[in-house]
Design a protein around this ligand. Structure first.
Ligand code: ZN
Length: 252
């Protein structure tokens, strides 16, 4: 039996491009992805999209609503997406957060019985009052009593090398990406360590980062991985998704 990825879009955000890519003009509508990783030994969700309440109004994100216009319909939340694919949210084994921003941990409540796998330094950043303010972390998204697995660096989820958390610090203090070995080859879910193709190809970086040096090193590493044949799925690249929320990248 092999590993499968079920890509899901749990909302869209419309934003001036300059908030994602420094000094770039225009406006862009970005997908907010979540991924179900179906492994013979269990099921994991990588990131959880936007909180369900944003389908009704933007109150939950406060001042960020002045920057982001939310496009989010009923049924697009993680719980709805999982059920539509025949998975029971209550039976998901692992919840992996790349980091704790509202567009990555907003649906954590939808998988209440999963063990939360996160880099220790990200979890600690999420508890640091100064960083909560700076990063806009909302503890109501993620401080929900999940059983915790705090990791430091690489972590092989099922012990067979097929699903591996890889530290990609820089966007936030403890950001991580996920490397998945499919029959069709290696796939890397970069999350926000690389928003989109333009970041990888042109090293156009976001207007904010926890560490630009770390972020540049991570992007160099992704370039090397891609040259070696890995398929990269970026954090918020509209070119990789269709309007109906399906992915436009062949996963084999
Ligand atoms: Zn994001």
């Amino acid at each position: 039996m092999s590993v499968r990825i079920h890509p899901m879009v749990c909302g869209w955000l419309e934003v001036d491009t300059k908030f994602l890519l420094d000094q770039q003009p225009g406006r862009v509508k970005i997908p907010i992805p979540s991924f179900l990783i179906d492994h013979p030994k269990g099921q994991a969700v990588f990131d959880t999209g936007l909180h369900r309440s944003l389908q009704t109004n933007s109150d939950r994100i406060g001042d960020l609503a002045r920057i982001f216009t939310v496009h989010y319909r009923q049924g697009e939340d993680l719980g709805g997406r999982l059920r539509a694919r025949g998975f029971e949210p209550e039976r998901i084994d692992y919840l992996i957060n790349s980091h704790l921003h509202f567009d990555h941990a907003g649906g954590n409540a939808d998988v209440p019985n999963a063990k939360l796998v996160i880099q220790r330094r990200e979890w600690e950043a999420g508890a640091d009052p100064g960083l909560i303010r700076k990063n806009g972390y909302n503890r109501a998204d993620f401080d929900l009593g999940h059983q915790l697995k705090l990791i430091d660096g690489e972590h092989d989820l099922f012990g067979d090398g097929s699903v591996v958390c890889i530290p990609t610090y820089g966007h936030t203090a403890g950001h991580q990406s996920l490397r998945v070995r499919l029959d069709s080859g290696e796939t890397v879910l970069t999350a926000d360590s690389c928003y989109m193709r333009k970041v990888l190809d042109e090293m156009v970086l976001p207007p904010f980062a926890d560490s630009y040096d770390a972020m540049r090193q991570v992007i160099e590493r992704f370039r090397t991985m891609e040259r070696a044949g890995a398929r990269l799925i970026f954090g918020h690249d509209p070119a990789q998704w269709r309007d109906d929320g399906s992915i436009a990248v062949a996963l084999g």
